[in-house]
Write a protein that binds this ligand. Sequence first.
Ligand SMILES: [Fe+2]
Length: 277
Amino acid sequence: MDFCNFEKQVPRNGIVSLLSDFHEGLICQSDEIGTALDMCMSKNSKIIIGGDLTESRTPDHPYYDLTVADGRYDTIQAQCEGIAKKLYPARKNILAIMAGNHERCVRNVMNVSKEVVKDLGIDVPYGMVTLKAKIGDDSLLYFHPEKWSCNSQAGDAEQRYYNDVRKIRRKLRDLAGDCAVMAVAHIHKLRVGKPVAELALVGEKEDKQIYTTPEMFYGKVIPETQRWYCATGSFLRTRINGAVSYSEAGGYAPTEIGYIEIQMHQGRVAEVREIKL
Ligand SMILES: [Fe+2]
């Protein structure tokens, strides 16, 4: 597992934003990348990029698709340059650039995240699929899996949402025992699961009711119910007229455009929220 320590770079009362899944090279990419970066810069939030910067497919790839490919970006190099150009205005806020499954598909010919970091002219950690970072006094784990689906088919929207959150928790919980926030890229949805206030009876007569809070576990192993879990959205639209992306072909629910904000308060994670665009 890759480990990066960002302790000195995160304001104790600031924001850390998690953005992922840009898929540069496809016509389905959302213009909201610019909006998201403007919002991050206006709040001076630090940014961690969770992978899938580029689609990383060229015309010789068996999955290359003329209906979704943007012909201006038919080389991986051009895709790297394209996404670097979009990220450039926010480059000073970027803390790390992870590698997604799409970059890893071409790891035999190009290190995409290294190339983008070079194009941006910044010196930050890059290329990891699992990032563990110190943010203030808390820790964050951010993961970009090779394969994962998170498509609950339960009866109503609320149940589907929380089923997805439970699945994210089950998948991430064992990857670290000391992280206040556990995040996943790749699934192209926005999801947030909060720490659960669990009732506990304490005292000799078991007559005192207390509810668990994350503060009770500062500096200790954090129980899986006392962490924040999230999925960090995407900037890849689906249901585009005439285009057949993985989502249309698979009949999946539409992707969600946006990112995640982690609000810090006095060096601790105070809230994690979806920014829907
Ligand atoms: Fe992706």
